[in-house]
Design a binder for this molecule. Structure first.
Ligand SMILES: [Fe+2]
Length: 222
């Protein structure tokens, strides 16, 4: 049975209208008022028209015009997404070692791996956003990362501390060699000096991380 409204019951519109009188017309409340609804729809109609005009302009403005062709940018974005996959894998491996390291230098290595995976996390972000800067899409799924990464993982294997460090040195050096080749490709083949500079900076960061890992290997007790 449909509910019957009592004569002393105020409708929603009546409450809105009553409360609206408590606010100046120049500054109406944020909740929708019955008497203002029509006005707001009119304003919204204008806004929609303006939005579509802006969208037409934006379509033109949003076309990337940085003196790199679509093909050049696509080539660089492909390099960046493959690098991103390696960086994500290396980030995950370093974090895995932070969790699972054992031995007399546990405390030092636990903290050291944390510093390195934090730096790698920042690198992951920068690589992804460099690709977006060039109007490409960044890989953002585990399946894409594992499909495109060149570095290898060893699930279920928990190496001793020394082997962990050696594995990380090996991976950083693999990334460094790849970066040295990629930064030249970006400059020579795609004429993208911005990404060339970006990859050079990344290579230096990996060189420093690899040096720090190697220094641990030189310690007798690891
Ligand atoms: Fe932790």
């Amino acid at each position: 049975m449909a509910p019957t409204s009592r004569p002393d019951q105020l409708s929603e519109e009546m409450i809105d209208a009553t409360l609206a009188d408590s606010f100046p017309a120049s500054d109406p409340p944020s909740w929708t008022l019955g008497r203002d609804r029509n006005e707001q729809e009119k304003i919204a109609g204008v806004a929609v028209t303006q939005t579509s005009t802006i969208n037409d302009k934006e379509k033109f403005i949003m076309k990337t015009n940085i003196d790199l062709s679509e093909e050049q940018r696509a080539g660089v974005v492909k390099i960046l997404n493959t690098l991103l996959s390696d960086e994500y894998l290396l980030y995950t491996k370093t974090r895995n070692y932070h969790w699972n390291v054992t031995g007399p230098q546990f405390n030092d290595l636990h903290k050291f791996f944390e510093e390195q995976y934090t730096q790698l996390s920042e690198i992951v972000d920068q690589v992804a956003e460099r690709g977006r800067t060039l109007d490409g899409w960044a890989f953002g799924t585990m399946s894409e990362f594992s499909q495109h990464a060149r570095l290898k993982e060893h699930p279920g294997h928990y190496p001793r501390a020394r082997e962990m460090i050696a594995n990380l040195v090996d991976d950083h050096e693999t990334v460094i060699r790849q970066l040295r080749s990629d930064l030249e490709t970006c400059a020579d083949k795609y004429h993208d000096m911005g990404t060339n500079d970006f990859l050079t900076g990344l290579m230096e960061q990996h060189e420093k991380m690899a040096w720090m890992l190697r220094a641990f290997l030189q310690a007798e007790s690891v």
